[in-house]
Design a protein around this ligand. Sequence first.
Ligand code: SOE
Length: 366
Amino acid sequence: MTLKIGVLGYRFMGKAHANAMARLPMFFPDAPDIERHTLIGRNEEALAEAAERLGFEHTSTDWEEVIDEVDVFYNLGPNFVHAEPSIAALEAGVPVLCEKPLAANLANAERMADAAEAAGVPTATAFNYRYIPAIQYAKNLIEDGELGEIHQFRGRYLQDWLVDPDAPWSWRNDEELAGSGALGDLGAHTIDLARFLVGDVERVSGHLRTFVDERPVDNGSETKPVTVDDAYSAQAELEGNVMATFEASRFADGHKNDHSIEIHGSEGSLKFSLERLNELEVLRGDDRGYETILVTDESDPYIDHWWPPGHVIGWEHTFVHENYEFLTAVESGEEYRPNFDDGLEIQKVLDAIERSDESSEWVTVE
Ligand code: SOE
């Protein structure tokens, strides 16, 4: 059976997922057969150009119509578009992959997770960084007890594309449309890795800041207000009494896409940085320094699908692994993680960090 895929959104994420789908038959021959069936957007001309370039057979400006025609629905639109089309697809029994964060607010994330539960079909919240081989290697080390009992998690995600006060306003700067700023866009990834590698977030103390209050619209003389954070930091307690700190900024000059984590346990530590994603730094026992492990051996997660050792992979490969796992779960009907429930748990943490910033108090994640 060939799975027909409908995709809403054709910009950054549309390109990342379309590329992943195109790579699947070549590198993951056991992946389900898929057809890039319909690309959905609002501007017919731009949509037609994107469909041609990204390899989709059809286009549509009406997501409701498409839901009835496809076997899988990808929601890659801005955060404020996540809820309604995803819920409608689930009500029609269609599995959904939705970009992160799951929604622009907690209420919508709850509605989406409820719809997923009622539908009983696989769902995905698209946390692609779980699919970096070095991150899966780290998970295996932790599960095998190589780091002993985990005491501390430290995660920061730094970008610099908003340092310029004249960088144009976009939906990512608006609370209604995005939910939050660096917190939801970047912090959601870090919190996903903390949950994936260590455990659930139990309570948080958060701090949010906006450094530029208004930005030009389309380089013109008009401006629009910035109603989300440019940066956030939080301290947290994870299950098992693990101490954590999270931080993200779009205002960290000199950092392009610097997502770094460090984990310390009773028997060892590890460090990972997205800008060197083929490597994991590990320290064990009485080692006096970290050993850099190049995670490109055939026995490393997913690597046997790609190139010989040392022939490094990149950011786009994470989407191939993610699409492989999700579409395999769709075909077999098995549960996929991270699903909408995981997306909701992360949304609860984002919400708790914002509430903690407002109240200047620790907030329990419930
Ligand atoms: C922009 O800040 C962005 O594209 C995020 O939206 C992505 O989730 C992250 O992977 C890279 O940066």
